[in-house]
Design a protein around this ligand. Structure first.
Ligand SMILES: *[C@@H]1O[C@H](CO)[C@@H](O)[C@H](O)[C@H]1NC(C)=O
Length: 167
């Protein structure tokens, strides 16, 4: 009797979804809600990096969408990978959190980065809040909500790259 109870208990544990290894799943709705809530007025819980807050904002969106800090502490407030356009990109690619993707593949919660047409440096990160042929984006520095990707690109940028989160 007791034994049956234990076997049944083991069966319950094994069949329970709780025993599944927890993997970070990106919650795009949460991410976009965060972006739309704080695109204009920054979240007071975070530092504002004056004039260079775009990737800090993008990192906050990703984190608040459920992507945890890495165990090596490479990506957390306010490391290079958290605040710097190129380091953020390299981090996401290296840790298999993201892949390069086409404009039309971008979903809400993904990112687009831009290269400056004067300096030829990748210097801007924005958050996609709506996909499509010309995605809608939110960003910081300056702080903007619901603007078109084409508008960002046409203002002193000569290249862009889509960064699709794969989690
Ligand atoms: C491009 O880079 C220059 C030099 O760093 C900067 O002054 C300018 O604001 C940048 N343009 C855009 C559109 O970000």
């Amino acid at each position: 009797m007791k034994c049956y109870a234990i076997i049944f208990l083991i069966f319950l544990i094994l069949s329970s979804p709780i025993t599944a290894v927890p993997t970070a799943k990106y919650d795009r709705i949460k991410a976009v809600n965060y972006a739309n809530k704080y695109c204009q007025n920054p979240n007071p819980s975070y530092e504002v990096l004056s004039g260079a807050d775009c990737t800090n904002f993008a990192s906050q969106v990703l984190f608040n969408g459920g992507i945890p800090y890495d165990t090596n502490k490479i990506w957390q407030p306010y490391t290079g990978a958290w605040i710097n356009v190129i380091s953020f990109y390299n981090y996401l690619k290296k840790d298999y959190l993201a892949k390069d993707c086409k404009l039309t593949e971008l979903k809400p919660g993904d990112f687009i980065q831009y290269r400056n047409s004067t300096s030829h440096v990748w210097d801007h990160t924005v958050v996609v809040v709506k996909g499509g042929a010309d995605p809608t984006v939110d960003y910081h520095s300056s702080n903007r909500c619901n603007v078109k990707h084409s508008g960002v690109l046409s203002f002193g940028k000569d290249m862009f790259r889509g960064v699709c989160i794969t989690k």
